[in-house]
Design a protein around this ligand. Structure first.
Ligand code: GLY
Length: 416
């Protein structure tokens, strides 16, 4: 089979790496890809948002399956467009992608169908939003309704910070249309876990739970990022908690989407907060997580083709996922300054000296004339599988001594 992956992050590199192990896969193309995917498949410089051009490329290259990594093309209807032309696509339609692209849709769905989540109110008008917030207890959470590249969530400890977030979005337009509607939510305290499940619209195949380390600095402080590291570990949720998450969150969500006329196929990602032994939905995403995918893929023993085709052929009930023993851990190296301003263009060295049991999934890298350079904020994910989180930590931090680029920065506490 010929596979096309859309995206340019470490998530897409991890998917390409997993596809490359399938006997059913002959060739892998990535649009636009990065320095890492270039060594597994063929990167194609094309605009993933130009659906017409994408379709002719799919036709001329005889692509059998197109896998969409990021949320933006999904929310713009890439799946609808390509499916209408008979292309097999992994990823939900535009309506399905609303679970991520509209927080008010997503929270409304949760409320209507009894899926546990924090209480919330939706505003489009600054005066009403401010007068509501004046009567609330702090901290509280303020969210942009639309996609804001992971920057649209504010945890506000005081009225002044809430006032600023609301004013910046509703009056200042910092996120454009995405911030013209906002949600004010009750803040819940607890521990977070990402539980992703493959789905054919009826059946759900849950993936191993993952903890994502979102803040830039050790101790989980500083700015929110796309993710600075992750662990995949079955013990993040005991069986009882896992059953609660499936029966109260993921199963009702798929049933709710179907009840709304949405046949959701692909992967549904639940960001869950566990508070006093009960799971609450923080958010749904319509795609694989990053860095979650980088720790999930190395643990899956099945052929990824069978899992993805199962979502399209409605036969996930016939498939069991078998998991490699152990846990996986990933530490992300960024160009210092990320998620704000950071340097690009500096050479990256040492990746060819890594131990064979360590994977390097590339995010913001470019390979040109044999030289690998930094081209994005989150540069490299070093990943390993081991018996314990501590064993993985030891391994990864030892291996990072070999990797160099100017302004390299990574958290030292991933897995703690
Ligand atoms: N790891 C968070 C996300 O993929 O949205």
């Amino acid at each position: 089979m010929k596979i096309l992956i859309i995206g340019n992050g470490a998530r897409e590199h991890a998917l390409a790496w997993k596809f490359a192990q399938s006997k059913k896969v002959d060739s892998i193309f990535i649009i636009p890809g990065n320095g890492g995917t270039a060594s597994i498949g063929t990167n194609i410089e094309a605009d993933p948002m130009d659906f017409e051009a994408l379709h002719s490329l799919i036709a001329t290259r005889h692509i059998d399956l197109t896998v969409v990594g990021p949320e933006i093309p999904l929310s713009e209807g890439i799946t609808d467009f390509l499916q209408e032309k008979g292309v097999k696509v992994f990823g939900p339609t535009r309506h399905g992608a609303l679970v991520e692209s509209s927080k008010s849709f997503s929270k409304g769905l949760m409320k209507k169908h009894g899926i546990p989540t924090a209480d919330f109110t939706v505003f489009t008008d600054l005066t009403s939003a401010l007068s509501h917030v004046r009567n609330q207890q702090f901290p509280l959470v303020i969210k942009a309704d639309g996609l804001a590249a992971g920057k649209g969530v504010f945890i506000c400890d005081t009225y002044e910070t809430a006032e600023k977030a609301l004013t910046d979005m509703l009056a200042g337009g910092i996120f454009g249309e995405a911030g013209k509607k906002v949600l004010v939510e009750k803040f819940l305290e607890g521990r977070e876990v990402s539980v992703l499940a493959l789905t054919d619209g009826y059946n759900l195949l849950p993936l191993i739970p993952v903890r994502d380390y979102k803040r830039i600095c050790d101790g989980n402080i500083g700015l929110n990022t796309g993710g600075m590291g992750a662990i995949a570990d079955h013990s993040l949720c005991d069986q009882e908690m896992h059953e609660k998450i499936m029966s109260r969150i993921l199963r009702p969500a798929i049933d709710a989407l179907r009840a709304e006329g949405i046949n959701y196929r692909g992967v549904l990602y639940a960001g869950v907060l566990i508070s006093n032994g009960e799971p609450y939905t923080l958010e749904f995403n319509c795609r694989f997580g990053d860095p979650e995918t980088q720790v999930i893929m190395p643990l899956i023993e099945n052929d990824l083709i069978d899992l993805m085709m199962g979502t399209l052929h409605s036969n996930l009930d016939k498939i069991n996922i078998t998991w490699r023993k152990g846990v996986a851990l990933s530490v992300v190296a960024v160009s210092r300054g990320y998620p704000e301003n950071f340097q690009k263009g500096q050479p990256i060295t040492g990746l060819d000296t890594l131990s064979p049991d360590v994977l390097a999934f590339h995010g913001g890298t470019t390979l040109k004339n044999g030289e690998l350079t930094v081209s994005g904020g989150r540069v490299i994910n070093l990943v390993t599988v081991g018996e314990s989180v501590e064993a993985c930590r030891q391994k990864i931090y030892e291996e990072y001594k070999k990797v160099e680029f100017e302004k390299i920065f990574f958290r030292k506490d991933i897995g703690l």
